[in-house]
Design a protein around this ligand. Structure first.
Ligand code: SF4
Length: 53
């Protein structure tokens, strides 16, 4: 089961499937460094990420 409409290329996350899908039940995305406004897409990141072992 993967999250519909979510494309993620973070291959070393334990939830990543086939290098482009996410198998988490939900994800949380926040602004890098805190706050509620990102300047661009590079200032956002997925806090559901967990390193593959
Ligand atoms: S949990 Fe986040 S980083 Fe991991 S595969 Fe899903 S979207 Fe990507």
């Amino acid at each position: 089961m993967t999250l519909n409409g979510v494309k993620c290329t973070v291959k070393n996350c334990k939830y990543n499937v086939q290098g482009h899908l996410c198998s988490a039940s939900a994800i949380e995305v926040n602004v890098d460094g805190g706050g509620i406004q990102a300047n661009n897409n590079e200032h956002t990141n997925c806090h559901t990420f967990e390193m593959n072992k």
